[in-house]
Design a protein around this ligand. Structure first.
Ligand SMILES: Cc1ncc(C[n+]2csc(CCOP(=O)(O)OP(=O)(O)O)c2C)c(N)n1
Ligand code: SF4
Ligand SMILES: [Mg+2]
Length: 303
């Protein structure tokens, strides 16, 4: 990893906006230890967003962007919905696909990047709402898993079509009444994490974003596993506070309650045995790297 890719040419430095200069100077690009704790320190993430005040999707975005293992070599593929309102503000490459097509676009992109940059690991990450992932894009989502495409799919599950005013989605819970779905959902929430597992995903996690450490770990796992093995899937409950009638400060409590024991979004993680071994190995390597870095810093301080 390096900052080389976001360096400003000396000749152009003066005319670049101060925000861009700050981003280049303070970016955590190239820092192996980057993570959610960098939020507030670095300008490379999202400075502003155009979601509703307090929308859990905004904090989910921040944690994810802060935790990418290699942001300069990552391309997001988004889809229409509230999530797509954030992409214009982020300093990571991204593509806006036609609603529902995101996993098909990501498949082509990942393969093309592999051919174009055979010696660089380019991470492709799909990030879309439940309507895009589960309803209108379900075929593309599943076909990419069947084919074993090597990228991560993240679904921001707010249990409805928020951006178009609150229509029913397959991930909506049974009985829920939304503004544009007055009859109430007639069947249970589709179990996409289970479908992902059965469709060939090597790593699957389902949770809220109330615990940033966990979001960071899961995202890193999913991306590392996608590089080596094949498709990975993360489903994050990011409730639409507007639709469930919560205030801007109440989204976090809603997520915490839902992730508590007995809640609807208790943390679930699935991985194959091969992946379990692989992640164990990666964790051990990471521990050794950090230990060596600590010793080197100590030695330098006493020299
Ligand atoms: C091809 C196409 N079909 C339908 C739409 C209309 N549309 C825009 S956003 C959206 C729903 C998005 O829901 P979801 O994916 O759950 O994202 P959210 O807004 O809830 O984050 C729909 C149906 C569209 N823009 N393009
Ligand atoms: S409509 Fe709902 S999901 Fe969309 S930005 Fe507002 S609170 Fe968030
Ligand atoms: Mg939605």
């Amino acid at each position: 990893m390096s900052k080389e890719k976001i360096k400003i040419s000396e000749a152009l430095y003066d005319i670049m906006p101060p925000e861009y200069q700050d981003m280049v100077e303070d970016a955590t690009y190239g820092n192996q230890d980057r993570g959610w704790k960098d939020i507030g320190e670095s300008k490379e993430l999202i400075e502003q967003h155009s979601l509703c005040a307090g929308c859990p999707e905004s904090i989910a975005f921040r944690y994810i962007l802060a935790s990418l293992p290699a942001p300069e070599d990552t391309v997001f593929v988004g889809s229409t919905g509230c999530t797509s309102l954030v992409f214009p503000h982020v300093a990571v490459h991204n593509i806006h696909s036609l609603f529902g097509n995101q996993n098909a676009v990501a498949s082509g992109l990942k393969r093309a990047l592999k051919i174009r940059f055979p010696d660089v690991e380019k991470d492709v990450v799909v990030l879309a709402g439940d309507g895009a992932t589960v309803d209108i894009g379900l075929d593309y989502t599943m076909q990419s898993w069947f084919r074993g495409e090597k990228f991560t799919t993240i679904c921001f599950d707010n249990e409805l079509y928020a951006n178009t005013g609150g229509q029913e989605s397959g991930l909506m819970q049974k009985g829920f009444v939304a503004k544009m779905a007055p009859v109430g959902k007639l069947f249970d929430k589709v179990r996409l994490p289970e479908i992902a597992r059965e469709s060939g995903c090597h790593y699957v996690a389902c949770m809220t974003v109330s615990k940033p450490n966990r979001v960071e770990k899961v995202l890193k796992n999913a991306i590392l596993v996608a590089r080596e093995f094949g498709p990975t899937y993360i489903q994050l409950y990011t409730p639409c506070i507007l639709e469930i009638g919560k205030q801007s400060m109440e989204g976090l409590d809603e997520m915490k309650d839902s992730e508590a024991i007995g809640g609807r979004f208790v943390f679930k993680e699935y991985m194959t045995d091969e992946v379990k071994e692989f992640l164990k190995q990666k964790d051990a390597e990471e521990k050794d790297r950090k230990k060596a870095a600590k010793l080197a810093a100590k030695a330098a301080a006493t020299a």
